[in-house]
Design a protein around this ligand. Structure first.
Ligand code: UT7
Length: 324
């Protein structure tokens, strides 16, 4: 049975950077009070990248995919599976993955989207891993891409300061040696209302609430407990001693969530990749972006054992354990 191995990664962030001070000044024009101090103390976020109006999720995804393909030394024509994790697709349909396939010039293989909000990338990675293990794909692109700035209520300070736009991607290849060692996904639909954008398009109109709404404290608590449990679960499944993990690459929502998680797991801070300060929460893009940053700056090396974790709306969570 083949293993799926990550052989390349790439990321793309829109060029426009909005600092906390920029955001506070903008909100102040609408009599909404926030500050760099509040945002940094409560979240660790210092800035976010925001896509200009003409830039779409598929364009961000394509740029990240091109960087990942180049990093892997793979031609787009070799890709026989594209999975895009996104909650902010370009269209109702076709899928963003089909648009990316066209922009890459990679036609012919399977292409589809996965919708699991901030857990989307680990859901997509686990799905691609299963395709490769089953012999149904050889070379897969797994992408997390979002323009969350488009579904934020910019008059709601409790959410609009938290998110940013971006895309991250990995190339998976069928190999004899691992590779991905384990993957475990979960959802609890009874908690769907604690983080949602509960609107849709019907009869030519937006029906319901198109903006992201969140019970921040409920999400915070569930995130820490579910990810801590999930870390041990995936290691047990793979028969790997948890203490052998070289790097934790968790979903980047809030540095306090990441620090709580690290302490609960007893993993030292220098083994945890953090990008939330620079990227804010880019939902499905956060894990592949963080992975790519740490691969490119030389922290994550070939042979390292990496635990990637996602958590978010649905409520969904999951972990993928991979030998790099
Ligand atoms: O990908 C998963 C998605 N999301 C998450 O993981 C987020 C999880 N939750 C969190 O990160 C935190 O709960 C937040 C960062 C959202 C909020 O932090 P908190 O420590 O739970 O703050 P809070 O909601 O208890 O609010 C404390 C105070 C409130 O004022 P009062 O009622 O004490 O007077 C808020 O109105 O902070 C106020 N507040 C703000 N003040 C300045 C809320 N947002 C802001 C803001 N600037 N942007």
């Amino acid at each position: 049975m083949p293993y799926a191995k990550i052989i390349g990664s790439g990321g793309y962030l829109p060029p426009r950077i909005v600092s906390n001070d920029d955001l506070a000044a903008d909100l102040a024009t609408r009599q909404i009070e926030t500050s760099d101090t509040w945002i940094v103390e409560r979240t660790g976020i210092r800035q976010r990248h925001i896509a200009d109006p003409g830039m779409t999720t598929s364009q961000l995804a394509t740029r990240a995919a091109q960087a990942a393909l180049e990093n892997a030394g793979i031609d787009a024509a070799q890709v026989d599976l594209i999975i895009v994790a996104t909650s902010t697709p370009d269209f109702v349909f076709p899928s963003t993955a089909c648009l990316v396939q066209d922009q890459l010039g990679a036609s012919g293989g399977a292409a589809f989207d996965v919708q699991a909000v901030c857990s989307g990338f680990v859901y997509a990675l686990s799905t691609a891993d299963a395709f490769i293990q089953a012999g149904r794909a050889n070379t897969a692109l797994v992408i997390g891409a979002e323009v969350f700035s488009r579904i934020l209520d910019w008059n709601d300070r409790s959410t609009c300061v938290l998110f940013g736009d971006g895309a991250g991607a990995v190339v998976l290849s069928a190999q004899d040696q691992p590779g991905i060692l384990g993957a475990k996904l979960h959802a609890d639909g009874s908690q769907s209302r604690i983080l949602c954008a509960a609107g849709n398009v019907a009869h030519g109109k937006v029906v319901g609430d198109p903006f992201l709404r969140m019970d921040g404290q409920a999400v915070f608590k569930l995130a820490v407990t579910s990810l801590a449990r999930s870390a041990h679960e995936v290691c047990d499944q793979a028969g790997v001693d948890f203490t052998h993990i070289d790097w934790l690459v968790p979903h980047q929502a809030n540095v306090r969530i990441i620090n709580f998680l690290g302490r609960r797991l007893g993993i030292s801070e220098d083994k945890v990749v953090i990008t939330v300060d620079q990227h804010a929460n880019t939902s499905a893009a956060s894990v592949p972006l963080a992975l790519d940053v740490a691969r490119r700056d030389g922290r994550i090396k070939s042979g390292d054992l990496v635990l990637m974790q996602g958590v978010g709306g649905g409520f969904t969570w999951g972990s993928v354990l991979s030998r790099m």
